[in-house]
Design a protein around this ligand. Structure first.
Ligand code: UD1
Ligand code: CA
Length: 463
């Protein structure tokens, strides 16, 4: 649906997020539980942002402090509902932010999968009416408010399950809770709702009957994909919607040409840009903002967070790559850990049981086995032997190790930083260097080898 089909009125969004979430059995407020690595309510805020809303008001209450500390969006209107007396009462709290001339869209902090396209359709469906409702038709409508229509198919009212007769409970069209209402009408109706019902709550849904009494027509948009309107009340639903969200993302990536060995075992917790011929094996997690070039293969059980991967890169199984930049044609893993601020230039290789931190590895250099390289500037075509450690921390401060082009570091070497290894230097295996090594020379520290003649191995005593 195009933007132009939307009525010209400015849009304001109110997100209800004050509820307790008792059935989550958690000290974390419900709307802060994470789906795809992001708080539930943040999904809703992000969708609202995409609608070009004039402003967004968040009605918060339960876990107020935690919600305010976690959701740091500076452009939100904050509105506290200290006591949760119902959805109508929640919207009443936001009255000061409602403009007479706006369309006001009411969303829920625990309904994370509602798509922007669906919301656009709901707003378009309102046309010139005072309000429009988002509804769905469910095989099992239990628990939801039911939409009561008359013989002309016009909406008459919403009846909550707890207030419903058996006949009304057979209705399969349900209220998603999401609605768009004229600002001025919303304010006047909010003043008229009461709490005369089974739950003793101020129901937002009472708006519909009030509108009909005033001769208004209530429009609706029926969403086909009912997952979009599902709210989260417990951990089971949280897991179900996580899977649904991941299924949608996996499908999008596969449609763009990414090979996922098993879309059910792939998680994207953020955004990723992908090139051609990207192959991702099972149990891979891509987190934050990532970009992956052409012809890249990512092995099973690998986690990539906030990183840029070039073209023709092979990442083997069980790697963790965080906030790093990987150049073209690099090989990584298996079992490599790249901690933040690591950068590999093209053709570099980082092998098994290697940890990098703040390490710049220039073209063609290799750290193949069992090493820790931290706070290091490494030149081109360097070979780091197995078990090399940069001793970058003296217990108080971090120091830099510089290694020139074509240096060769023998196995089991400790480089005590600050230190510089000259270009073309060779370091003998087993050295502990605390002073710079000159270019092109062999440097080593090593206890002399001794031979003890006539020495015998101890033998076990006889009892
Ligand atoms: C509501 C609707 C119901 C609809 C259902 C869809 C009403 C009266 N009923 O029922 O018709 O089918 O949603 O899921 O509106 N909240 C507040 N403050 C409050 C109460 C609720 O912020 O005082 C928030 C909750 O955090 C939640 C949302 O509003 O995000 C919905 O509240 P909930 O109690 O779950 O409403 P339901 O009874 O499920
Ligand atoms: Ca509920």
């Amino acid at each position: 649906m195009s933007q132009s089909s939307r009525p010209a009125k400015p849009l304001q969004v109110i997100i209800l997020a004050a509820g307790k979430g008792t059935r989550m059995y958690s000290s974390l407020p419900k709307v802060l539980h994470s789906l795809a690595g992001k708080p539930l309510v943040q999904h809703v805020i992000d969708s609202a942002r995409k609608l070009d809303a004039k402003d967004i008001t968040l009605v918060y209450g339960h876990g107020a402090e935690q919600v305010k500390n976690t959701i740091t969006d500076p452009q939100l209107n904050w509105c506290e509902q200290p006591e949760q007396l119902g959805t109508g009462h929640a919207v009443q709290q936001a009255e000061q932010f409602i403009d007479d001339k706006s369309n006001v869209l009411i969303l829920y902090g625990d309904v994370p999968l509602l798509s922007v396209a669906t919301l656009e359709k709901l707003i378009a469906a309102k046309q010139d009416q005072a309000l429009a409702l988002l509804t769905a038709i469910l095989d099992n409508p239990a628990g939801y408010g039911r939409i009561v229509r008359d013989s002309n198919n016009s909406i008459q009212k919403i009846v909550e399950e707890k207030d419903a007769t058996d006949e009304i409970r057979t209705i399969k069209e349900i209220n998603s809770g999401v609605m768009v209402v004229d600002g001025n009408r919303l304010k006047s109706w909010l003043h008229k709702i009461d709490n005369n019902n089974a739950q003793g709550e101020y129901y937002l849904t009472d708006l519909i009957e009030l509108a009909v009494q005033e001769g208004e027509t209530v429009n609706s948009f029926i969403v086909q994909d009912s997952k979009q309107i599902e709210g989260i009340n417990n951990k089971l639903q949280l897991a179900e919607l996580e899977r649904e969200y991941q299924r949608i993302q996996a499908e999008k990536l596969m449609t763009q040409g990414v090979t996922l060995r098993d879309p059910a075992r792939f998680d994207l917790r953020g955004q990723v840009k992908t090139g051609q011929d990207v192959v991702i094996d099972i149990n891979v997690i891509i987190d934050g903002d990532c970009s992956i070039g052409n012809n890249v293969s990512i092995g099973a059980n690998t986690v990539i967070k906030n990183s840029i991967i070039g073209d023709n890169v092979t990442i083997l199984e069980n790697c963790i790559i965080e906030q790093s930049v990987i150049g073209n044609a690099c090989n990584i893993g298996p079992f490599a850990r790249l901690r933040p601020d690591s950068e590999l230039e093209e053709n570099a290789k980082v092998g098994n049981f290697v940890e990098l931190k703040k390490a710049h590895i220039a073209k063609g250099s290799k750290v193949n086995h069992l090493s820790y390289i931290g706070d290091t500037l490494m030149g081109e075509n360097v070979n780091i032997g197995a078990g090399t450690i940069t001793c970058n921390y003296d217990g108080a401060n971090k120091h830099v190790t510089k290694i020139g082009d074509n240096a060769f570091i023998g196995s089991n070497t400790a480089l005590v930083a600050p230190i510089e290894i000259g270009a073309g230097a060779t370091i003998g295996a087993g050295s502990t260097l605390s002073k710079d090594a000159e270019p092109e020379k062999l440097t080593f520290t090593r206890a002399p080898q001794k031979i003890i003649n006539g020495w015998k191995r101890p033998v076990k005593c006889k009892k």
